[in-house]
Design a protein. Structure first.
Length: 193
């Protein structure tokens, strides 16, 4: 059987980010299910604000090329995304925009998002757990970039008190949602692996 490789990232680089905690827990959950997991921080891939004139003058930044390669080395991707004003974070949107600009010869547009499976999660201090932002992110990935996004989503409401001292989710139902989402991501990745 082919090894299933799962990439995990957070749409936040804020110190103490609840979504980075969620990403770490998703990575641990996937590793416990015998997936080969890579967790990255977008802080390691800084990018300028997307600008078509900048792209025309200097091309796509090298960090976008590196991220495309990282995406393409994995069968599945878990994104933990904060909700900013009911939408995706500017950091994550900008990253997706730059990476989508790269299609080498013979590749479809937004090649980094094709032929792999995506799963979404969010942690929010509000009662809805970031679900509104995930709806927008799903639209960007599925309709804008042609990605396959599983229907399961892991949402963590009241994130300020949701994680215990070991970084696990204290609420059994919320922990179960994450477990189901990661399991479905791996299952779908195996079907396409």
């Amino acid at each position: 059987m082919t090894d299933i490789r799962i990439l995990v990232l957070s749409g936040s680089i804020r110190a103490g980010s609840y979504n980075t905690k969620l990403a770490a827990l998703a990575a641990k959950t996937a590793a416990m299910a015998d997936a080969k997991v890579t967790q990255i921080s977008l802080a390691d891939y800084p990018l300028p604000i997307y600008d078509g004139d900048l792209e025309a003058d200097t091309g796509v930044p090298e960090n976008a090329r590196k991220l495309k390669a990282v995406f393409q080395q994995h069968n599945g991707v878990f994104i933990a995304s904060p909700e900013y004003n009911t939408a995706v974070t500017p950091l994550l949107k900008n990253t997706l925009d730059w990476v989508s600009r790269l299609s080498d010869k013979g590749e479809p547009p937004a090649a980094a998002f094709r032929n792999r499976v995506f799963a979404l999660g969010a942690a929010s201090i509000g009662a809805l757990g970031g679900i509104r932002g995930l709806i927008g992110l799903r639209t960007i990935l599925e309709i804008g970039l042609g990605a396959l996004v599983i229907p399961n989503m892991a949402t963590v409401p009241n994130a300020a008190s949701a994680f215990d001292s070991h970084g696990h989710l204290a609420n059994e139902r919320t922990a179960g949602l994450l477990q189901e989402t990661v399991a479905r991501l791996i299952e779908e990745a195996k079907l396409r692996g």
